[in-house]
Design a protein around this ligand. Structure first.
Ligand SMILES: Nc1ncnc2c1ncn2[C@@H]1O[C@H](COP(=O)(O)OP(=O)(O)OP(=O)(O)O)[C@@H](O)[C@H]1O
Ligand SMILES: [Mg+2]
Length: 219
């Protein structure tokens, strides 16, 4: 799968309050890529990632998913693309506190009616090194383990591309490194596309491509 942003701009708000968070961005991501997005707070990194992830449509410019223009897509088609091809990891883990690790990973697949979800969820947790914690609740897991549950959830349905918005932002250096190493291994071994927003220069440097964003523009 390939996602192309072509001269994409994104404005929030209307009239006097209108603010251009992203200006004229042209960038692509596909399987096997490892792209980092860096830039100051408020420069438009998350905005770019949301457009990459078909969570949002641009105000101007084109987004193509496998050469199909998404401007013509319904919300339902957008959510199908996300479900089938894209995994998301955020700085906050957004785990359900009343569900076990396994249930958390399983939930999106259940909602989407994916068959064999339980096996896929267990396998994904195994991949992130949590095969022994399937029945643990978030409160019983460390921050790094919770983030790995969130990564397992993003990976469980075998996406082509994972989009990660500061996935190591809430973790200590060593745990953050583990999470990053894992994403890099999946990139190498399974050709997973990874697009990662980070404030961490050393993390950013490890990517094959680095995108600098400043005031909404790629510099
Ligand atoms: N829903 C929104 N409505 C209005 N303005 C928004 C909205 N979302 C983001 N913005 C503005 O757009 C700009 C870019 O936001 P964005 O979240 O993309 O920044 P960022 O680079 O991810 O920053 P950070 O590193 O702090 O997460 C900011 O100035 C922000 O205030
Ligand atoms: Mg952000």
């Amino acid at each position: 799968m390939k996602i192309d942003l072509l001269n994409v701009s994104k404005a929030y708000g209307q009239g006097e309050a209108q603010f251009w968070a992203l200006k004229d961005a042209t960038v692509s991501a596909t399987e096997g890529d490892f792209i980092s997005i860096v830039g100051p707070s408020g420069s438009g990194k998350s905005t770019m990632l949301h457009i990459f992830g078909c969570l949002d449509k641009p105000t101007e410019g084109e987004v193509r998913v496998d050469d199909q223009l998404i401007s013509t897509f319904s919300d339902q088609q957008m959510s199908r693309i996300r479900r089938d091809h894209i995994g998301f990891v955020f700085q906050q883990y957004y785990l359900n506190a009343s569900m076990t690790a396994l249930q958390n990973v399983l939930l999106p697949m259940q909602l989407a009616g994916v068959k064999g979800g339980k096996e896929k969820a267990a396998a994904a947790l195994e991949t992130v090194g949590l095969g022994g914690k399937l029945r643990s609740y978030p409160a019983q897991l460390s921050g790094g383990e919770q983030q790995r549950v969130a990564i397992a959830r993003a990976l469980a349905n075998a996406p082509s591309i994972v989009l990660a918005d500061e996935p190591t932002g809430s973790l200590d250096t060593a745990t953050g490194k583990n999470v990053l190493d894992m994403l890099m291994a999946l990139n190498r071994e399974r050709n997973l596309g990874v697009v990662i927003v980070t404030h961490d220069e050393t993390v950013a440097q490890k990517a094959k491509h680095m995108i600098h964003v400043l005031d909404g523009r790629i510099s």
